[in-house]
Ligand binder design. Sequence first.
Ligand SMILES: O=C(O)CCC(=O)C(=O)O
Ligand SMILES: [Fe+2]
Length: 407
Amino acid sequence: MKLTIDYASHPAFRTLSPETRVFADASRYFTAVDVIWAEIVSAAALNASRAGTEFDRKTQPILSDLKQALAGQRMPEDYLPFVSAALVKSQEAIRAEIVQVIRGRATTRAPDVEVERIVAQLQDHGAAAFRMDTPMRRAIVESLQPYYREVESQRDSGSGARCFVTIPARGTHWNILKSFVRDKRIEDAISAYAGFRLELSGYSLTLSHPGETWFKICYQDIGLAAPRTVQQHYDLDNLSAKSMFYLNEVDPDCGPFTYLPGSRSLIRWRSQTSFFKYLDYANNEFAASRESADTIYNRPLFCTPALRPAFAALPSDLQGSACPGDDVLDDSALSATLLEGERALTSDDGDLMLFAGGETLHRGGVARGGERYALQMIYSSPPGFAQQVKRLPRRLAGRIKRTLSRT
Ligand SMILES: O=C(O)CCC(=O)C(=O)O
Ligand SMILES: [Fe+2]
């Protein structure tokens, strides 16, 4: 089975769909981009800059063909530029990833046994859990206390919005976690998985609790409750890995991180999934440019009845989202597949949950009973030498300010 949402049968869209028509251009495009993508990454003879040029040479003409075919479709005129921009941006993102992977090959060290073990787990299943000693975890919790107050006041405001605060990358918690991800070979493993160097670059503290409504309200205007698959999604970067660090004991009711092992195989075309990620952003921009509902939900177009016809007018292979779980209907065969295979990682499995969220369907923070305090950890490419030099004045200024404020 492939993960395809049939919007023509979704209650929020089914009355809006124009007559069914054949539009093979999108499937042809995605099939071709996937082939080009795989061929260029595996062509040993290409260096990064030639790979980029080759990618452009092969994909530009098929992208213009698709854009032209789209312009001939019956679609709100003001929506089309947003869709085209999403196609362009997703193609640029794939190109950038290819270039990074090929550049990374020249510099990445050969993985050792432990790194290979973690990479195999990410590739075969999509996630891996790691355990930290209790005293270390306590010290992290201790040093994050000022930020606990912030997320707790967000929770107590009763808005139902997501509770999170970005934490400065310094202090006791940072030192412990940075050594931990190095010692456990987590940074090395995700770098080997992605094909280029990635390092822990920051994190946010999130508090998940049963009073959160932001992810449940998409189709409330038509009285449709959030489906059981709600929040199952893919992350933006296709090769990205992220991790969640649990700060309290997390059981199945506190909103643990969950994922669908092996869900990469549900993807029909990798380039289509990549397009859906940028389409979500484009839809948000389209909604912002029009009268969209004032909402704490993260996909305003989907919860604004007046904007749904635009999405409904897209050819079906272009209809989708990086958060498909919100649009899966309970009692469908797809829902059963996504729920049956879903695996939750609780504190019984470990404290740090590493996952390849770009192409593994996952979710977290859907708390039914208790609460979950967790760090959402972000890994990115370390700055090159030129970037480091550019950042130097700001870093020095920050250090001076901190020293002064301590005196
Ligand atoms: O809250 C979680 O456990 C998952 C968060 C997530 O999906 C992400 O960071 O990409
Ligand atoms: Fe995610």
